[in-house]
Structure formats: C-alpha cells, structure tokens
Design a protein around this ligand. Structure first.
Ligand SMILES: [Zn+2]
Ligand SMILES: [Zn+2]
Ligand SMILES: [Zn+2]
Length: 359
C-alpha cells in the first residue's frame, strides 16, 4: 500500500512540477488553477509573473509535506511519520520566509524584479522598466514561443524574455547577442520528410550585470522569431540549420523548372510581385499534351495562362507547395493554378523566362 501511495504521489509531484500537455490542456497547472489570484498576464505582465513565481515556489516547496500527509491519510502508521511531518513542514516555512523577503522593501529582492534592476536608470525605479515591459508585452507584434509546458520565450520590440517556473530572464535586444550553440534533429517519419530540428540558442548580454541564458526552439519557430529580432541569431559555421520542408521543396521545384525550355521575353524582367526582391523569372506556358481521348474525363486539364512574367521561381514553388495536398512526395506530380488568372498548370508548364541573349 505504502509503495503504491508513494508511486502515485511521485507521479503527482512530477505532474505538478513538469505538467504534461494533457494537464495543460485540462487546465491543471499552477498558473491556470490560480488564474483569479494572478490576474491578467496581458494587463500586468511583470506583476503577474511576480505572483506566479511566488506561488510556484511555495507549492513546490510544500510537495514533501504533502507526501507525509498523503501517507498519514492512507492509514500508514509509522513512529517516524510525525517527525517526518515536522521536518518536511520546515521546508515550506523556510520558503515562506524567503518569499516574504522577496516581497518586502519594495520587492527589490524578488527574482523578477532583480532581472529588471540592471535596466533601472539612476534616480528611477524598477516599476518604470516594468511599465515599459508591460506596454510592450501588450503589443500584438510580439513573438511568443512555448519552450516546454513550464517555460516560454517572448520577444517584444525591445526585449527578450525567458519565462521559467521560478524566475524571468530579461534582456534588452540592443545589448544582447543570440548565438546558436548546438542543434539536434528528430525524425518523425521514416521517410525523413517530417524531420524536426531543434536549435539551442544562447543569449549573451554585453553587460556584466545581466545573466546569460539559453533556450531551445525548433528551426521552424526560429524562422518565426527572426523577423522580431533586431539582430539575427548568429549561426557558427559548424552548425547547419535544416531547410524547412517548403525550402527543400522549392529547391527541387527550381531544379525541375530549369530543365524546361526557356521562354524568351522581349523586355527586362520586372520584380517578382510576390517577394518584390528578385526579378520575375518564370512563365506559365502550357507544354503538356492533352491526354488521349480514351482517358478524357479525368482530372482537369492544364490551361494556357496569358499572364505576363510576374513571379520568381521561388515564389511560384512556394505557391505550389502551399496548395499541394497529400504527402510531400507526390507534390511535384500535382497541378497548381496561376495565382493571377487561375489557369491550371503542371510542372512541365513552368518555363524559366529570360531576356533574349544580346546579339
Ligand atoms: Zn518572388
Ligand atoms: Zn495566369
Ligand atoms: Zn500542364
């Protein structure tokens, strides 16, 4: 019985400290259970996390005491139990004392406040920095990445924040370098199409009074994060980031398009209307033959697109991939429709477009 209760309590404790996704979706996490007390993260970001870290530390410190009580309630009678109860009761009591220290004297010893102190200008208060952070966190253009069920990484216009159970790491974007330190890849399918790569990123502040921290995100999340950063994540030469499925598809797509006959245009190519970065260099020109009469009535035929040369090959590849259905291995064999006139086309019909060679 004792073993069973102990195992159950161990499992319960693990779920409290590292809640599995099922617990999170069921609303069984400290942050969700104490929602009413914590208030709104969006309105008072710093205040919310000051309360959240406090309550998390208190609950975690009470877990050993809870174990002794669970044993008592399960009918366990051991002469050592009262002593164990007294000993384990000391932990939350000490924690209470520590938490009181966090909150007294203007909360200056609170770990959340400590992380802001480096940015307090002389003569002002940490609350000024907190108010600034609160305002930025409310902005819709922040990027928030869940690292695991207990920690999160948030990038706002000027700040990078890592939220973990007991503390916050806060650093200004301007005085911090993000460096990729390691990667690891995981194959979700045997074919390797769904390979997921994770990158460990270290945030190295240029100031000595700000703590450095690391976080681990997927390459896909990194791509979402990049536009929000004032300086890109530095990737050393020995680390290679996997291209995403779409990027790999676009490379293969380009390779096949290059094998189609060139379509000569009589003026200089315009900029691609998709990315506005590269010259438009593909023309949809129907080349595939209609199927023999006895096969008619199958999938819709390709049509001639009369649009000008408007797109670059990468944008056309991305457009194709975005509309492709079924497993990625079959994408190239499918059909897409011209983004402008909706004429159906197949891979054979995508011709590289160039100005005629100067003669
Ligand atoms: Zn483009
Ligand atoms: Zn068209
Ligand atoms: Zn075709």
């Amino acid at each position: 019985m004792t073993v069973l209760v102990s195992l159950f309590y161990l499992l319960f404790s693990i779920c409290v400290v590292y809640p599995p996704t099922e617990f999170v979706s069921a609303g069984f996490t400290i942050a969700q259970l104490f929602e009413g007390f914590l208030g709104s993260e969006n309105i008072n970001f710093i205040g919310y996390h000051m309360k959240r870290t406090t309550i998390t530390a208190l609950i975690h410190s009470a877990l050993p005491l809870g174990y002794v009580f669970t044993l008592l309630c399960s009918g366990e009678r051991n002469p050592w139990l009262p002593a164990a109860a007294a000993a384990t009761a000391i932990i939350p009591l000490l924690m209470c004392y520590r938490l009181l220290c966090w909150w007294e004297n203007g909360q200056a010893k609170h770990p959340v406040v400590k992380s802001l102190l480096a940015y307090v200008t002389p003569g002002s208060d940490w609350r000024v920095v907190a108010a600034n952070l609160n305002i930025e966190f409310r902005n819709v253009d922040k990027v928030s990445i869940q690292l695991n069920t207990t920690s999160r990484f948030v990038a706002t216009e000027n700040w990078l924040i890592k939220l973990s159970p007991y503390k916050l790491n806060v650093v200004k974007q301007g005085d911090c370098t993000l460096v990729a330190t390691a990667t690891d890849s995981h194959n979700l399918t045997a074919s390797g199409e769904d390979e997921v790569q994770y990158v460990n990123i270290e945030a190295i502040p240029t100031r000595d009074d700000v703590e450095r921290f690391t976080f681990r995100i997927s390459t896909v999340a990194l791509r979402d994060l990049q536009p929000r950063l004032s300086q890109p994540v530095r990737v050393p030469d020995h680390i290679s980031l996997l291209p995403t499925l779409i990027e790999r598809f676009v490379n293969v797509f380009k390779h096949y398009v290059e094998q189609n006959p060139v379509y000569y245009i009589d003026q200089e190519p315009e900029l691609c209307i998709g990315c506005m970065q590269y010259p438009a260099d593909v023309k949809l020109n129907r080349r595939c033959a209609a199927p023999p009469p006895h096969l008619e009535g199958g999938p819709p035929q390709c049509q001639q697109c009369n649009c000008r040369v408007l797109w670059c090959c990468s944008c056309m590849g991305r457009w194709w991939a975005a509309r492709a259905t079924g497993p990625p291995a079959g994408w190239l064999a499918g059909r897409a429709s011209c983004p402008v006139c909706r004429a159906a086309f197949c891979l054979l019909d995508v011709c590289p477009a160039r100005a005629p060679p100067a003669s």
